[in-house]
Design a protein around this ligand. Structure first.
Ligand SMILES: Cc1cc2nc3c(=O)[nH]c(=O)nc-3n(C[C@H](O)[C@H](O)[C@H](O)COP(=O)(O)O)c2cc1C
Length: 185
């Protein structure tokens, strides 16, 4: 049976992030062939070419290696001011400056959880554009936009909204097929 290492990337660094909880829910709902590990890229500095010229920071190299060795990426991120969160965009920008492009041909699925009603749709389309610039292969559907996220999880952090659980389980099945299909190409 195939076994896929999925790297979870959360676009919010805060400990109680709803997007981190969404990644944990995805881990619970994904098929047995997939195993999720959530990356910690919090030590990546702000991109600055002067820093790059002094040598790629260890946290950047480490994150790049985690992406490169994963079979697939699951990115869960909030929308900030209708766009990609700064920390996520910064980390992606760094990834495009290291010697071997880690996003190239990588299967990716997207989730977003936001306080607003639109569930992060506006940022997801920007994120698709940015990932497309790096030749990442982003699953098209099902799309998951978790609006009013503070109503969808209980106090222990469990995703309790049944419709969202079903959608997430469906997305994980589609993601498994997507990874398998790209592995055959
Ligand atoms: C700087 C900033 C900008 C935000 N902009 C948006 C926005 O454009 N749309 C939206 O739905 N929520 C917006 N929010 C609210 C976030 O969706 C909400 O804080 C969410 O819980 C953050 O995700 P997290 O729980 O994973 O940290 C914004 C929050 C911050 C801090």
């Amino acid at each position: 049976m195939a076994s896929y290492k999925v790297l979870g990337i959360c676009g919010s660094l805060r400990k109680k992030s709803y997007n981190r909880l969404a990644l944990q829910a995805a881990a619970e709902l994904m098929p047995n062939s997939m195993q999720l590990t959530i990356a910690d890229y919090s030590e990546i500095p702000l991109y600055n070419q002067d820093v790059q010229d002094r040598g790629i920071p260890a946290a950047v190299t480490r994150f790049g290696e985690e992406i490169r060795t994963a079979d697939a990426l699951l990115i869960a991120s909030p929308e900030y001011n209708f766009s990609i969160s700064g920390v996520l965009k910064n980390a992606i920008d760094w990834m495009t400056r290291i010697p071997v492009q880690p996003f190239k041909d990588k299967p990716v699925a997207l989730i977003s959880a936001t306080g607003g009603p639109v569930g992060g749709a506006r940022h997801q389309y920007e994120l698709r554009k940015v990932l497309g610039s790096q030749d990442a292969l982003v699953l098209t559907r099902p799309e998951i936009f978790i609006g009013a996220c503070y109503t969808r999880f209980d106090a222990s952090g469990k995703l309790i909204d049944e419709a969202t659980r079903k959608l997430l389980a469906d997305q994980m099945l589609a993601f498994e097929s997507w990874i398998a299909r790209l592995a055959r190409v």
